[in-house]
Design a protein around this ligand. Structure first.
Ligand SMILES: [Zn+2]
Length: 502
């Protein structure tokens, strides 16, 4: 198959059966179907993550200037319009047209004659003399729809406080119109997966199955009936980690403009995996992440081709992700529920599936972003020549085995040395977050703390009592005058701690 894209689930079956009769490449039809389906179910389905983002996969299918791009959307309307209806609006190129499209979709929803999902098709650009451009108002509106309600600015824009509409994008611009993306900033074009359309292959000699139609109709009804919030299996979480870790690599390996494009590869993969899982009515499994990555990988390669970006570095990172994924075990792990949001806002267990929410992953990413990978104890920033560039570790204050949560209030950003010392009790923290070296009996400096990093003292005390009560510090090193002074300060404090119950 083209670029080893894994065609999966009912959407993949649809593409296999229907691409040849429609004169389309199966992967193109499959990708378009993911975009369509994600937008259609986005009012009902969400993914466990922080901040929560709508389940919409935005794509630009770029065709050469001579051919016609509308065939893809026309085919999807015919195939999916019945089971997964949405309103499509063609060539929405400015804020006024966008508001019109949103309002007519909402009116239809309120009147009970339509869906609450909207799909933008055609091209978002106005062709100008020489180049294409995009209206700034349209830009800010669409960004908000992509990011979801948690990223709406609350100051100054009163009308933006309402939830943004559910807007999908399946643009099919010609190469000439698509070049408009190059004049937008990285934040805009990284929200879109760019695919160069393939010419259709010879018809496949295989019996077409229409089971996918029933499966998709069932999945659509299930989505709106249960309004599921999809969780990840631990396996899926690990695979997604591998993709997200590489994001820093794109950023540092490529020039700013192009590196910025890959900022959201992990986000694209999780949205596509969620879309595939929703079509199968399950939690997000490792196989969904692998399938979603296979399509993201094609989009990455296509993007290089479209902008003639240097490809060696990009291919290295792609191989790095492929390799990291090969090393993730294939066991899906423990079962736990897909949560369902009832209209009353309660949640209840529904399907037995995975439990690794990426909130832990997000906490770690947030932490590393705050500290830019510098150690909170010794301020070291490890810089490597490998793809991750900078390296730091997230240390649990209260160990995971002792029930320590994957929250930033229980995490420290440390270098590997300090991490080992902290985990082994060579470092403990006082209540005012001063670092105590219990092996050399030294009171160190205060822990570096980002203004947004709240640290829960219960966890700090738990860690300290664990080490002070169980493993009295030897207090033998450094028999120097300096040591005596420090010992004078520290010893009563340590003695006092040892006497306190934990
Ligand atoms: Zn350190």
């Amino acid at each position: 198959m083209d670029d080893d894209v894994i065609l999966r689930g009912p959407l993949g079956e649809m593409a296999t059966a229907e691409a040849a009769p429609a004169g389309l490449n199966p992967t193109d039809l499959y990708a378009g179907a993911i975009s369509w389906w994600s937008a259609a179910v986005s009012p009902a389905v969400s993914i466990v993550s922080w901040p929560s983002a709508p389940l919409t996969v935005w794509m630009a299918h770029v065709h050469d200037d001579a051919s016609d791009g509308s065939r893809l959307v026309d085919t999807l309307r015919r195939l999916l319009g019945g089971s997964a209806p949405l309103a499509t609006h063609h060539d929405v190129t400015n804020g006024r047209m966008y508001s019109g499209a949103v309002h007519s979709t909402r009116r239809a929803e309120h009147a009970g004659t339509g869906t609450s999902a909207l799909l933008l098709t055609g091209s978002p650009f106005t062709a100008g003399p020489g180049s294409s451009w995009r209206s700034p108002l349209l830009e800010s509106h669409t960004r908000m729809a992509w990011d979801g309600r948690h990223n709406i600015p609350t100051r100054g824009f009163r009308r933006h406080r309402s939830a943004p509409p559910h807007v999908g994008a399946l643009w099919t611009p010609s190469l000439k119109a698509w070049r408009g993306f190059l004049s937008t900033d990285a934040a805009t074009w990284s929200r879109v997966l760019h695919l160069a359309q393939r010419s259709a292959p010879a018809p496949l000699a295989r019996a077409s199955s229409d089971r996918w139609q029933h499966d998709l109709a069932d999945a659509y009804r299930w989505a709106f009936h249960t309004r599921p919030c999809l969780t990840y299996t631990p396996h899926a979480g690990e695979l997604l980690d591998a993709v997200c870790e590489a994001e820093a690599g794109w950023d540092t390996a490529l020039p700013e403009k192009h590196g910025g494009f890959f900022l959201r590869v992990g986000d694209h993969v999780s949205r596509m995996a969620g879309t595939l899982a929703a079509a199968e009515r399950t939690a997000i499994h490792g196989t969904h992440i692998r399938a979603a990555w296979s399509l993201a990988r094609r989009a990455v390669k296509d993007t290089c081709r479209l902008v003639s970006m240097e490809r060696d570095m990009v291919h290295q990172i792609v191989e790095y992700v492929d390799d990291a994924m090969r090393h993730v075990s294939t066991s899906e792990g423990q079962a736990s529920p897909v949560l369902s949001n009832t209209p009353e806002g309660q949640t209840y267990g529904e399907y037995a599936h995975g439990n690794r929410s990426p909130s832990g992953i997000n906490a770690v990413r947030k932490l590393k972003q705050w500290y830019q990978d510098s150690c909170q104890i010794c301020a070291t920033t490890l810089v490597l020549r490998s793809l991750r560039h900078r390296y730091s570790e997230a240390a649990h204050i209260r160990a995971k085995e002792d029930g320590g949560p994957d929250l930033t209030e229980n995490l420290l950003c440390l270098c590997p040395n300090c991490h080992v010392r902290f985990d082994g009790g060579a470092f403990v923290l006082t209540d005012d977050l001063t670092v105590v070296d219990t092996v050399n009996d030294r009171l160190g400096a205060k822990l570096k703390r980002h203004q947004w990093h709240y640290i829960n003292l219960d966890h700090v005390r738990h860690h300290r009592h664990h080490w002070i009560s169980r493993n009295p510090a030897p207090l033998t090193a450094l028999p120097s005058e300096q040591h005596e002074t420090v010992r004078g300060v520290l010893q009563p404090w340590l003695d006092n701690l040892r006497q306190q119950p934990p």
